[in-house]
Design a protein around this ligand. Structure first.
Ligand SMILES: *Cc1c(COP(=O)(O)O)cnc(C)c1O
Length: 390
């Protein structure tokens, strides 16, 4: 059969992507997620997971999962609004409302779905959404899906956000949207300033704290606890696939926002609820996240060790106080080569290139976990010293 025109276009685009060093593929992992992983059959020391507190294979979380599985089976069988909403889901929502200090919580099956659901569910054509340029793809997609007017501001630039708010003055409802901790940069959003600007311009604020929750704050309350934000709280999206070590996501907000999402968020309404055992596992994880502050302290020690060592070696780590410690390289192929070189020595890091990050800002995304030992950080630093070419 001859190829259709669009098929040869697809082939051409794939070839171009390959030639540009931008081709992506999945690696095959065997065994548990952890600091040491077997990837494509090779044992590796991993700095490439979002399991920041080392909870993904924790025995108590596994046990909660198995116990719930024995009681309720695997599938939830239906969407939340039909018969899919189990007692475990309900308990998790209540526990998260208490944890976040917000009135209500609504579970979503993934963070991606929470983000598109919350923006699309709250805004319509006459509204405007104002986003940080480096926001996660799911937030940008949520904005597009909503038909609201799209405005972006340069990363964390509060004076330009202020200007953009003036531009948006005529629109009915305004929502400022930002990552709490930026996923490819590791820096923390200037939340107090964002809240001030929002108040001044009568705008709502939505914070996606996928990488701050569990990691920042004495009790793992994320960017909100980090800044000790006490007055008006933003609408909060949190995810469980990272520091919580499980899967799924939630939106925390006031009663009216949550009720609106239940009625209008299509990615909540038209999808099967997560397996109840996942909610049970996340409940167990939440207890550990709150109680075991030593995990955050260990993580901070490893971060300091890496940053001190990198400074001595003159390595351009980007400014970050979080588990995400990117090494800025710039050129795509150079980043690929360095990443592959580290791999040959058994060290795994994320190789991040456009379009995930802006052009000429390819980087190695090094992520640390409370499960890393000091000797692991030494190994990483030695490997970087050997492979990094100034
Ligand atoms: C990972 C991530 C998401 C998506 O969460 P999933 O549960 O993996 O779909 C959303 N926002 C940010 C900032 C993320 O890093």
């Amino acid at each position: 059969m001859s190829q259709l025109p669009w098929q040869s276009q697809l082939q051409h685009a794939l070839n171009e992507r390959k030639a540009a060093g931008l081709y992506r593929r999945s690696r095959l992992r065997d065994g548990e997620q952890g600091v040491e992983v077997v990837l494509d059959g090779q044992k590796m020391l991993s700095f490439s997971s979002n399991d920041y507190l080392g909870l993904a294979a924790h025995p108590l979380i596994k046990k909660a999962f198995i116990d719930a599985l024995e009681r309720e089976g695997v599938g939830s069988g239906a969407a939340h609004l039909l018969t899919g909403h189990s007692r475990y889901h309900h308990q998790l929502e209540e526990a998260l409302a208490e944890f976040t200090g917000q009135q209500r919580v609504l579970l979503f099956s993934t963070g991606y779905m929470a983000n598109i659901g919350v923006i699309d569910g709250l805004l319509s054509k006459t509204d405007v959404v104002i986003q940080d340029k480096l926001n996660h793809a799911s937030l940008l997609d949520g904005g597009r899906l909503s038909d609201a007017q799209q405005i972006r501001y340069p990363h964390a630039d509060m004076s330009l956000l202020h200007q953009r708010m003036h531009t948006a003055a005529g629109s009915r409802n305004k929502l400022i949207v930002s990552d709490g901790v930026f996923s490819m940069d590791g820096d923390i959003a200037p939340l107090p300033e964002i809240m001030d600007l929002a108040e001044q311009h009568k705008a709502g604020v939505l914070i996606d704290d996928a990488h701050g929750l569990g990691v920042l704050g004495q009790h793992g309350g994320g960017v909100i606890e980090h800044y000790a934000l006490s007055r008006q709280k933003p609408i909060l999206v949190g995810t469980f696939g990272k520091a919580f070590g499980t899967a799924g996501a939630f939106v925390a907000a006031d009663d009216m926002v949550i009720e609106t999402l239940i009625q209008q968020a299509r990615s909540f309404i038209y999808t099967t609820a997560q397996p109840p055992a996942i909610a049970a596992a996340t409940l167990a994880s939440l207890k550990l996240v709150k109680a075991e502050n030593w995990r955050r302290e260990t993580l901070q020690q490893r971060i300091k060790q890496l940053r001190d060592g990198a400074a001595q070696l003159g390595l351009p780590l980007m400014p970050s106080q979080t588990a995400i410690q990117p090494l800025l390289i710039g050129d795509d192929k150079k980043a690929l080569k360095l990443g592959q070189d580290l791999e040959k020595h058994g060290i795994l890091v994320g190789i991040i290139r456009p379009p995930t990050v802006p052009k000429n800002t390819a980087r190695l995304r090094i992520t640390l976990s409370a499960s890393h030992e000091a000797v692991h950080i030494d190994q990483l630093l030695h490997a970087l010293e050997r492979s990094y070419v100034h």
